[in-house]
Structure formats: structure tokens, C-alpha cells
Design a protein around this ligand. Structure first.
Ligand SMILES: [Zn+2]
Ligand SMILES: [Zn+2]
Length: 371
């Protein structure tokens, strides 16, 4: 059984400077330095060569990805599964299982699979002028915000594509999981909803039906919930701080889906100051819920703003919850859906917390023999 110790899943970690374009200036909590905080922690702990920020040398990024055409059958023949090549000086235990993959700019047509044309045009105009807000005061416009938001969506789509085409087992996009954006409006630092687009594409391009969305961000994922609350095949489980105390003020336990989708959503609000214990108790319900859903794909939003020390929320999770939750979903993904899981960074405004939490997410996705 010696070999079992060495078994790792192959994980794509999305990274490139294009993702740092998505961030707000003037000491806004969602600054583009969040990406750097993750990346420097990730490279120093997980990759043996810590200065490979512009590497991903094995990937011919942005070349062969075209989500408009179904290619689930032909992609596996490429040899993009080879680990980072020699110039990355592989010596670290993890290196051969991690693929660093570049961001992708989404095609505007694909945004329209989820967002309304009016809203996309509105963001484009705001992006030209770069003044004012896209919502009621949380999400400022800046010049280039349209392209920046298109990179977020494209990168999540590329992560999804890599997993569904079988090029990697799992994928993580640190600047993804913008769960407050609605089809027709921005909200809570979120311009375009990469989760919503991913759900629509997983169905349209890959023909998936049953999808589980698990959201552990401290805020309720209202942009996903309300746009799919009548969709009986999107199973949503969302643990967050009670909406009476935190933005966006929604996600109550009685909100469990509408019409024929009733029962396909699980909202678990936690009181302010809840700790790892309350989280893990709640997460056990999430595990059963996702298992019962028999999903074909799991999308995880792993916001780190529930960890003690976050400046925006009142939750006090320990540093153990991200590894715990990701491991559990990783196990379920292998049991029920061929390992198909993608993870998206989401919120998190204490830089140290988000860096540690997201590195734990990647570590938990790599570890294939822990259960
Ligand atoms: Zn795995
Ligand atoms: Zn949040």
C-alpha cells in the first residue's frame, strides 16, 4: 500500500496578471492584491520554483479553447496533461500534479447565456467612462472593468472546460465565484456571475443536467440562488452569516426553492461569531444534501470571509474549515461524478486568511487518498 501515499489528483490552478485587472482601487476591500496574496503563498508552499509567476510554460494558453464547439471527445488526445516542464525545475512533491493555466477572455456571446444584453451593454458603457457605480454603492466602475470581468468569467469557463474535457481532475480559479451578480445587475463587488455562466455552459456544451453548487462564502450567494430558485436540477447548498446581520440580507432556511424546484436548495444561516464547530455541523448537512442530489458536476465557491479576522463579516471560523469542506466535496465528487469539481475563490478580505484558505482548497483537491 506504499503507493497510496503518493497518489495525487491533477489540479489546474488558474493564474495570470489578467485576473489582477479585476479589483477596485482606493482601499476597496476587493483590491487586486488579493490575487497576489494567494499566489505568493501558493508558490512558496506548493511549487518548488517560487518565481514562476509568468510560467505556465506547458500550456499554450488561449489557443485551443473555443467553448462554442463541443470537444469533449477530442481534447483528451492532447498532451496538455504533462506537468510543468523542465524549466520549472520540478522537485517539489506537488509540482507534477499542478498545472498553472492562464486566464481566458470570455466571448461576449457566452456572457449572454446568463446575462441580459441590456446589462452587458450597460457594463460596457460604464467601462468606457469609468466613473460612478454599477450598483448602489458597493461596486464602482473603472476603465476596463468590462474586460476585467470578462476575464473572470472566461477563466472559470476554462477551469470548467479543463475538468469536463478530462484534461485535469479538478480546477481552481482564485478570482472567480462572483455570486452576487444577477442576470441584469451588479451587486456586492460582482459584475458578471461566472457561476451562472458556468452552469449554463455545462448544460449547453456538455449536456450535464444535475449540478450541485456549494457556497461557503460568509455572504449568501443571492445572485445564484434567485436566478435558479425555480430550477429543479441546480442543487444549491449555501452556508453563510445570517442575513439579518450581513449583506445581502437573504438566504434564510425557509428559502428552499420554488415550484417544482422546492427542496433543491439548502440555505443554512449561521449566527454572528459562529466558529468552526457550527460550520462543520452545518457542513455535514451539506454533504448529505449533495450526495442525495446525485450531481454530475460540483461547483464550489470557497469564500474565505467567514474566517476569524475578516474585516467585513462577523463569523469566526478557524483555519480548518476550507480544508475540511473541500476534502468532503472532493470525496463526494469522486464517488458520484467522476471527480468533476471546480472551486472558485469568492470573497475574503483578510489577505492572510484568503491565502491560507485557498492554498488549503488546492491541497485538499490534490489529496486523492485521504478517505
Ligand atoms: Zn480528485
Ligand atoms: Zn463574501
Amino acid at each position: 500500500m506504499e503507493g497510496r501515499h503518493m497518489m495525487l489528483c491533477k489540479v489546474a490552478v488558474m493564474y495570470g496578471r489578467e485576473l489582477a485587472r479585476y479589483g477596485f482601487a482606493d482601499a476597496h476591500p476587493f483590491g487586486s492584491d488579493r490575487l497576489d496574496a494567494f499566489w505568493s503563498r501558493f508558490t512558496s508552499t506548493m511549487l518548488s520554483n517560487s518565481n514562476n509567476s509568468s510560467s505556465s510554460g506547458n500550456i499554450n494558453a488561449n489557443s485551443d479553447i473555443n467553448i462554442n464547439t463541443s470537444r469533449s471527445s477530442n481534447s483528451s488526445s492532447s498532451n496538455n496533461n504533462t506537468p510543468p516542464s523542465n524549466n520549472n525545475s520540478i522537485s517539489n512533491y506537488y509540482n507534477s500534479s499542478i498545472i498553472v493555466e492562464k486566464p481566458l477572455l470570455i466571448d461576449e456571446q457566452i456572457l449572454l447565456e446568463f446575462h441580459t444584453r441590456e446589462y452587458v451593454e450597460f457594463v460596457k458603457r460604464a467601462s468606457q467612462f469609468g466613473i460612478g457605480y454599477l450598483d448602489y454603492g458597493d461596486t464602482p466602475a473603472y476603465k476596463g472593468i468590462f474586460e476585467a470581468a470578462c476575464y473572470v468569467v472566461g477563466t472559470t469557463v476554462r477551469a470548467l472546460d479543463m475538468v469536463l474535457a478530462g484534461r485535469v481532475d479538478h480546477a481552481f480559479n482564485p478570482i472567480g465565484g462572483l455570486h452576487h451578480a444577477r442576470r441584469g445587475s451588479a451587486g456586492g463587488f460582482c459584475v458578471f456571475n461566472d457561476i451562472g455562466v458556468a452552469v449554463m455552459l455545462a448544460r449547453k456544451v456538455y449536456g450535464l443536467k444535475r449540478i450541485a453548487y456549494v457556497d461557503i462564502d460568509a455572504h449568501h450567494g443571492d445572485g445564484v440562488y434567485y436566478e435558479f430558485d425555480d430550477d429543479p436540477l441546480l442543487f444549491i447548498a449555501d452556508i453563510h452569516e445570517d442575513g439579518r446581520y450581513l449583506y445581502p440580507g437573504t438566504g434564510f432556511e425557509y428559502e428552499d426553492g420554488k415550484g417544482e424546484a422546492k427542496g433543491t436548495k439548502l440555505n443554512i444561516p449561521l449566527k454572528p461569531y459562529s466558529t468552526s464547530k457550527e460550520f462543520i455541523d452545518a457542513f455535514r448537512r451539506v454533504e448529505r444534501f449533495v450526495e442525495d442530489a446525485r450531481p454530475e458536476l460540483i461547483i464550489m465557491q470557497c469564500g474565505a470571509d467567514g474566517i476569524e479576522g475578516d474585516p467585513l463579516t462577523h463569523l469566526r471560523y478557524g483555519s480548518d474549515v476550507h480544508y475540511y469542506a473541500t476534502s468532503a466535496l472532493h470525496r463526494i465528487a469522486h464517488e458520484y461524478c467522476n471527480g468533476r469539481i471546480i472551486a472558485l475563490g469568492g470573497g475574503g478580505y483578510n489577505r492572510r486568511n484568503l491565502a491560507n484558505a485557498w492554498v488549503d482548497v488546492v491541497r485538499a483537491l490534490l489529496a486523492s487518498n485521504q478517505w
